[in-house]
Design a binder for this molecule. Structure first.
Ligand code: ADP
Length: 710
């Protein structure tokens, strides 16, 4: 075994590798970019070296290995994990690359070559065609719908479905653009698009002495944007015969390229009935994000096995000795907004709670309070993995762990993951890669609203009695109304709105300090007064009235609901809010003017503002006023219209790109492009105005435009 290993990665995976190194008594060396100088992985390692040019800088990583006496480099996943150039340079420098031989990475690195190689070894592959052959011809031969894929692809990027020959040119154009930008290789392939498929993959492990074993499967069918968010082992729907055949195919695929180390052979299984064919789609020549579920059901440490194999040791067990025990499920926590098409978010972690020690729950996380989540790196923040003797209990434990997770300051998918686990089909194991898309509306509603609402009178009811007057000096506004159209994901529950107003009101009282005229206690020359807070979240605004001091006891009313007695006890990050006799706990953080509240894995960001600041429908995604905003921070890739152009609802206006992900922003309604605020190549902020669409002026002659030229 090595005595020093450099970990050429960051975040949760760097920490995870360092954990095993420590257990094995191996010295660990971290590397870090300037943005990560104080990151947890840097603190966890025995030594750390700065990489001035970041994690992809091959020569800087090698120099760091040289300076610290590292005999081996573990690349984690992403960055240099599948770089044959890096693997070759390691060999030249006499440093062991903890991964397969460069030739195997090369053979599997490109989907076209990988399919050809394993097909020649007798492994079934999805019917399709590949460049340099003509893709249109191939698509016509295999029949529509087809899936267009970048050959060098990964992470679901650039994959597009073409449902007909008419859709194919645009799919090819967009996929090619993404492929060139994201992978530096524009080569594409087309495959038969398999309807309602399942993604099942097999973990393989090979040593340098000719032994290859598999460690069973992982079911990874719960995906958004063709990317996994929940994975489990074993698959709830695989009969013994299919399992055996897939295991053998996976081992055959690994052997066909002389594989050494840990790898994953991915299959797509058509339909959910036993006996359906499992087609090879690709092999990932590295540790996978979802490897922990395999570790929990096999009791093996895959990083330890990778290191042993890299050090030349033979596999310590044979295929017959692999035992699978119980069930494990992993959920990936992403900085993304499910209600905005799962686009990456960002921000600074203001408050953080992760599930602490609990039986059979593992948390692989790279987060800490203060972590800045930007657009430089993958938006995955952490992974939560639960094990239990059976699937139902594993899902329950995972949900409990997610409920105990709070991230404030960055919008995450935690509540969405909980909604997904509660879905009846997910609970029953009826999974497919299309499930999330099919149920999106219901899942978003479940993620945002619902939940245990303690005070029903806060969300509806008769108009409140009592006088309403202009309130606090800074934020008070006249009595407001709930305004704005319904945004995806819905408005926060009344209880949350009330809690946010109490926190703001309390904050104002504290800041006012001793000046009795500034204290918003509701008393103005003997007259009890209400302060009205207008709180905006997700494009919806609600009015919440508060009278009295929250810390001592006050009254609160949401919208036109009845007033209830309330009290706020602030307690570090966790505040206790008592309303109408029921006390609940919220995590709370204030960031500038924004109040972040979290509970049960959900989080809400509420912005107090003056009346009239944001009109109906002007919020993100709102279409009412024709203002089209950027759904994410990124770069404008293409502008597809010109000022004055007539557009129809749904017509692509602008393509925004971030993290090599393209998002097409479309016209909210028929009309004329009245303003176009962007140019290709320019960066845009989240919510930045891209364009304004105004209704087309009525034709004076009254002739419908459609008749023109007919
Ligand atoms: P990437 O390397 O970008 O992750 P993959 O080839 O592994 O791309 O595919 C990612 C996901 O896309 C799969 O898990 C599956 O959900 C879907 N997919 C891939 N190929 C097909 C296909 N032929 N038909 C239907 N869905 C597919």
């Amino acid at each position: 075994m090595f005595d020093t290993v450099l970990v050429a990665n960051r975040g949760e995976i760097a920490l995870r590798v360092i954990r095993t190194l420590r257990r094995l008594g191996v010295r660990s060396v971290a590397v870090y970019s300037d943005a990560d100088a104080g990151a947890p992985h840097v603190r966890a390692a025995d030594a750390a070296v700065r990489l001035p040019s970041g994690y992809l800088a091959v020569e800087e990583v090698l120099a760091a290995a040289g300076r610290t006496g590292a005999q081996a480099v573990h690349p984690g996943y992403g960055f240099l994990a599948e770089s044959t150039a890096f693997a070759r340079r390691c060999a030249e420098e006499g440093v062991v690359f903890v991964g397969p031989p460069a030739e195997a990475v090369e053979a599997m690195g490109d989907k076209i070559r990988a399919k050809a190689t394993v097909a020649a070894a007798g492994v079934p592959v999805v019917p399709g065609g590949a460049e340099p052959d003509d893709l249109t011809e191939a698509a016509l031969r295999i029949g529509f719908p087809v899936l267009v894929k970048p050959s060098a692809g990964g992470g679901g990027k650039g994959m597009l479905v073409a449902r007909s020959a008419a859709e194919l040119p645009q799919a090819l154009e967009s996929a090619r653009r993404t492929a060139a930008a994201a992978f530096g290789d524009a080569t594409l392939l087309v495959e038969r698009y398999i309807a309602g498929p399942r993604h099942i993959e097999i973990q393989v492990l090979a040593d340098a002495h000719g032994n290859v074993v598999h460690l069973g499967e992982r079911e990874c069918s719960l995906q958004r944007r063709h990317q996994k968010i929940i994975e489990e082992a074993p698959s709830p729907l695989l009969d013994e015969e299919t399992r055996r055949r897939m295991g053998e195919d996976a081992v055959r695929a690994a052997r066909s390229v002389g594989y050494v180390g840990a790898g994953t052979v991915e299959f797509i299984v058509a339909g959910d009935e036993p006996g359906h064919p499992a087609y090879f789609i690709e092999m990932n020549t590295r540790l996978q994000v979802e490897h922990p579920v395999t570790e929990l059901v096999t009791g093996l440490d895959l990083v330890e096995l990778q290191l042993r194999v890299a050090a030349g040791e033979p596999l310590p067990f044979a295929q017959e000795e692999v035992r699978l025990r119980g069930h494990a499920v992993e959920a990936r926590v992403y900085a993304e907004d499910p209600a905005r098409d799962f686009l990456p978010t960002g921000g600074t972690v203001l408050a953080l709670a992760e599930p602490g020690d609990r039986p059979d729950v593992r948390v692989d996380s790279g987060l800490r309070p203060g972590t800045v989540v930007g657009s430089d790196y993958d938006p995955m923040l952490s992974k939560i993995i639960a094990w239990a003797p059976d699937r139902g209990e594993a899902l329950r434990r995972l949900d409990a762990a997610l409920r105990a997770t709070t991230v404030l300051g960055v919008t995450t998918n935690i509540a969405f993951l909980r909604a997904l686990l509660a879905d009846p089909d997910v609970a029953a194991g009826r999974l497919s890669t299309g499930l999330i898309d099919q149920r999106l509306g219901a899942l978003l509603d479940a993620a945002q609203g619902g939940g245990p609402v303690g005070v029903s009178s806060l969300s509806a009811g008769s108009p409140a009695k009592g006088s309403v007057s202009a309130g606090s000096p800074a934020k008070g506004v006249p009595d407001g109304q709930v305004a704005g159209g319904r945004a995806p994901g819905g408005a926060p529950p009344g209880e949350v709105l009330a809690a946010a107003a109490l926190v703001l009101h309390d904050e104002l009282a504290r800041r006012a300090g001793d000046d009795p005229w500034e204290v918003p206690d509701g008393w103005r020359v003997g007259e009890p007064a209400w302060t009205t807070w207008l709180l905006a979240a997700r494009g919806e605004t609600a009015a919440v009235r508060v009278r009295g001091l929250p810390a001592r006891g006050c009254e609160v009313a949401v919208a036109d609901g009845a007033a209830v007695r309330a009290r706020l006890a602030r307690d570090g990050d966790a505040d206790r809010v008592t309303m109408d006799g029921v006390t609940s706990r919220f995590a709370c953080a204030l960031d500038g003017g924004v109040v972040w509240l979290g509970r049960d894995g959900r989080s809400w960001a509420l912005t107090p503002h003056e009346a009239g600041e944001r009109g109906a429908g002007a919020g993100p995604g709102g279409a009412g006023d024709g203002v089209v905003r950027s759904p994410m921070p990124g770069t404008v890739l293409l502008v597809k219209v010109v000022p004055g152009e007539q557009v129809t609802e749904g017509q692509p206006l602008v393509i925004v790109e971030a993290m090599k992900m393209e998002h097409t922003v479309t016209a909210p309604a028929d009309g004329i492009v009245a303003e176009l605020a962007v140019r290709a190549g320019r960066p845009v902020d989240m919510d930045a105005v891209l364009a304004v669409i105004r209704p087309a002026p009525a034709d004076p002659a009254g002739a419908p435009a459609a008749e023109e030229g007919s």
